[in-house]
Design a protein around this ligand. Structure first.
Ligand code: UFG
Length: 332
């Protein structure tokens, strides 16, 4: 009989919602706290149809102390995955104070509650953005960190908060997961990447072009040092990424450990567009524009630590990422 529950902060977002599905049979209750700042209630109803009655939503900000306290009083929370936060890089440059408050300060408050409630199994949702401009490839977890924007600095600040805290060091099993570029969707097509407002990341933009809401994709730069001149990234299927979370949750060794979650393979923007067009038989018109400030030629992970320590390997193909992403939009 399962008696334990898990808390997912920001659990209605792209990664959190897919994790909730993957954890369905692992916990008695999957409790989400989400302020819906980048999600809508419809995402919750769709998620509920996949996860069932064990899914419980608290519609609130993680900084709402009374709500957080109520969650820990009402549920037997044994593990926490902390996703909640703002994630638009461009916006973080315009509103750095807001980003600091919502990402770093709110996390500090959350961590105090975790300590008070003696939570010892924590996953923090970090990002490969912490590596900044790569000094070498493939990027392993020992690569130095250096923020190139406030959002990246927020992730570094939170990682440091974890590393410097004796409670996390001595009494917990903390897994810091640095994601590369998650795309794709759940194969049911019920949940996927559905950001509010104008999307920033490439796959949601490709999908807007595919549905003709946007006229074309603007490719940022065609003069990078890559095989076709466009930027290379390590795209990972969201279903692989969340399997990495499940493995990380099961890894209960005391201490703080960082894992890259990526495939170790890089694909260019043109590789991605061509694959999307071939797999889905949909045309993606594009044009080349200036490089986007802060972008780099090439980023891909060394995923060895997750493989050897967690037994996790991301194996789904770029084809499957493109197929599932489009399947989600077609079914919306
Ligand atoms: N790109 C375009 N046109 C667009 C959007 C993106 O050409 O309209 C290109 C970018 O130049 C880049 C690639 O598509 O070469 C991927 O760009 P994304 O914005 O999708 O992703 P990034 O690699 O820039 O950043 C993402 C997340 C970060 C995260 C990082 C981890 O946005 O939060 O991956 O590597 F930290």
């Amino acid at each position: 009989m399962r008696t334990e529950s898990i808390l997912l902060t920001g659990g209605l977002g792209f990664i959190g919602s897919h994790t909730a599905v993957a954890l369905k049979n692992h916990f008695k209750q999957i409790v989400i706290i989400d302020d819906l700042s980048n999600s809508v209630m419809n995402n919750y109803y769709r998620l509920k149809s996949l996860v069932g009655d064990c899914l419980i939503l608290y519609k609130a900000d993680i900084a709402s102390q009374n709500v957080i306290d109520k969650i820990f009083l009402s549920h037997n929370i044994k593990a926490v995955i902390h996703y909640a936060g703002l994630k638009a890089v461009g916006e973080s440059i315009i509103f750095p104070a807001k980003y600091y408050y919502k990402n770093v300060y709110s996390t500090k408050l959350l961590f105090e509650v975790l300590k008070k409630n003696k939570i010892t199994n924590l996953i923090f949702s970090s990002s490969a953005t912490v590596y900044g401009k790569p000094l070498y490839l493939a990027i392993d977890e020992s690569h130095p960190v250096k923020a190139i924007n406030p959002y990246g600095q927020n992730k570094i600040d939170i990682e440091q908060m974890i590393f410097n805290d004796p409670y996390f060091q001595e009494q917990c099993s903390v897994k810091i997961l640095r994601y590369f570029n998650p795309i794709g969707a759940h194969p049911s097509g019920l949940i996927g990447d559905d950001p509010k407002g104008i999307p920033n990341n490439i796959m949601p933009i490709i999908l807007k072009v595919a549905t003709q809401e946007h006229q074309e994709l603007k490719i940022f730069g065609n003069d990078y040092q890559t095989h076709d001149g466009t930027g290379i990234r390590d795209y990972i299927h969201i279903m692989d990424l969340v399997e990495g979370h499940v493995k990380a949750l099961d890894y209960n060794k005391k201490g703080i450990i960082v894992f890259n979650l990526g495939t170790g393979k890089g694909f260019s923007v043109l590789d991605l567009i061509n694959t999307f067009q071939e797999v889905n038989k949909v045309k993606i018109p594009y044009s080349f524009v200036e490089r986007r400030s802060g972008d780099v030629d090439m980023v891909f992970a060394n995923p060895d630590r997750a493989k050897t320590t967690l037994g996790f390997e991301a194996l789904r193909s770029l084809q499957s990422m493109c197929f599932d992403a489009w399947n989600f939009v077609k079914k919306k």
